[in-house]
Design a binder for this molecule. Structure first.
Ligand SMILES: [Zn+2]
Length: 257
C-alpha cells in the first residue's frame, strides 16, 4: 500500500522525502483563486520520480452549481487543471463533488456534472483522470450522502470517472465508515485514492476539520480497515507539517501492513 501526504506545492519531492511519503498530492496554483496551473520547473523530475503524484483541484470549483458565474469557470478550470496535472505525471486530479444551492434540485447539479464530461469530451477529453471526492457538508451535495452519489454515477458512469474517499468527510458527512468501501464500490465500482484523515468533529456534524490520526473522533482502527479494504493509494491531509504527517504515515504503514 502506497502512503503519502498532501504537501505544499513549492517542493513536493523534498516534502515527500521529509515525510517518507510514497505519494504526494498538491495544488498547481493558489487553491482559493481562479487561476490556471503554474508551469513547474520540477515537472520532469516529478514525472520521473518513484513518488506517485496526485493533484488537487482548487476549492472554488463547483461544476454542479446552477450559478453560471461559478459553473462555467469551474468547468474550464477543471479541464485546464487536468492538462496541467498531466505535465507532472499525475495519476489523478481530485475534485470535490460540489453542490447546488437550496432550493435547487440536486438533479440539476447532477446533470451539470454530466455536461462537464460532455464539455471535456468535446475538447479532447480530460488529460488526467478526474477523481470525484466525497464532501462533508451541504444538504444538496452530489457526493456527500451515497443516495445522491448513486444518482450522480447513474448520470456520469459512462465517462468512467474515478472516486476519492475521504474518511473525515464521510464521518462528518454522516456516512458510517464501517463497511463503507463495499457501499462505495457498489455504486462507483472503484476507489482510486483514500484521503485518510481523522475528524475534529462529530459524526454527521457537516464540519470539515481534519485532524491527525488518533487525535480526532474517528476510531483509528476504522481508518486502517478502510485502507485495507480499498487497496488504493493513501494521502493524509492532516496538520502538523512534516512531523505531524510523517507520524500519520508511519502509523498507517505500520498498522496497514
Ligand atoms: Zn480530502
Amino acid at each position: 500500500m502506497r502512503i503519502g501526504a498532501h504537501v505544499d506545492r513549492q517542493d513536493p519531492l523534498a516534502a515527500a522525502a521529509e515525510r517518507k511519503a510514497e505519494v504526494v498530492q498538491f495544488f498547481l496554483s493558489d487553491p482559493q483563486a481562479w487561476v490556471d496551473p503554474e508551469e513547474r520547473s520540477d515537472a520532469a523530475a516529478l514525472k520521473a520520480s518513484d513518488v506517485d503524484v496526485f493533484v488537487h483541484a482548487p476549492y472554488r470549483i463547483n461544476v454542479a452549481t446552477t450559478n453560471n458565474r461559478i459553473r462555467i469557470p469551474s468547468r474550464k478550470l477543471l479541464f485546464t487543471y487536468a492538462t496541467g496535472a498531466a505535465t507532472v505525471g499525475a495519476k489523478g486530479l481530485i475534485v470535490h463533488g460540489g453542490h447546488v444551492d437550496k432550493p435547487d434540485d440536486i438533479g440539476k447539479g447532477i446533470d451539470n456534472w454530466r455536461k462537464t464530461f460532455v464539455y471535456a469530451q468535446e475538447n479532447g477529453g480530460f488529460a488526467t483522470p478526474v477523481l470525484i471526492e466525497n464532501t462533508a457538508g451541504g444538504d444538496n451535495a452530489c457526493a456527500r450522502r451515497f443516495d445522491n452519489l448513486a444518482r450522480l454515477w447513474d448520470a456520469i458512469g459512462e465517462y468512467n470517472p474515478g472516486f476519492c474517499l475521504d474518511t473525515c468527510h464521510a464521518h462528518a458527512g454522516g456516512e458510517n465508515l464501517l463497511g463503507i468501501v463495499d457501499r462505495v464500490k457498489a455504486i462507483t465500482g472503484r476507489i482510486d485514492l483514500i484521503h485518510a484523515n481523522d475528524s475534529r468533529d462529530a459524526f454527521d456534524s457537516h464540519r470539515d476539520r481534519h485532524d491527525n490520526i488518533g487525535n480526532g473522533q474517528i476510531d483509528p482502527d476504522l481508518i486502517v480497515a478502510v485502507i485495507q479494504a480499498a487497496g488504493a493509494p493513501v494521502v493524509v491531509e492532516t496538520p502538523g507539517g512534516a512531523e505531524g504527517q510523517g507520524g500519520d504515515i508511519a502509523f498507517l504503514r505500520d498498522r496497514v501492513g
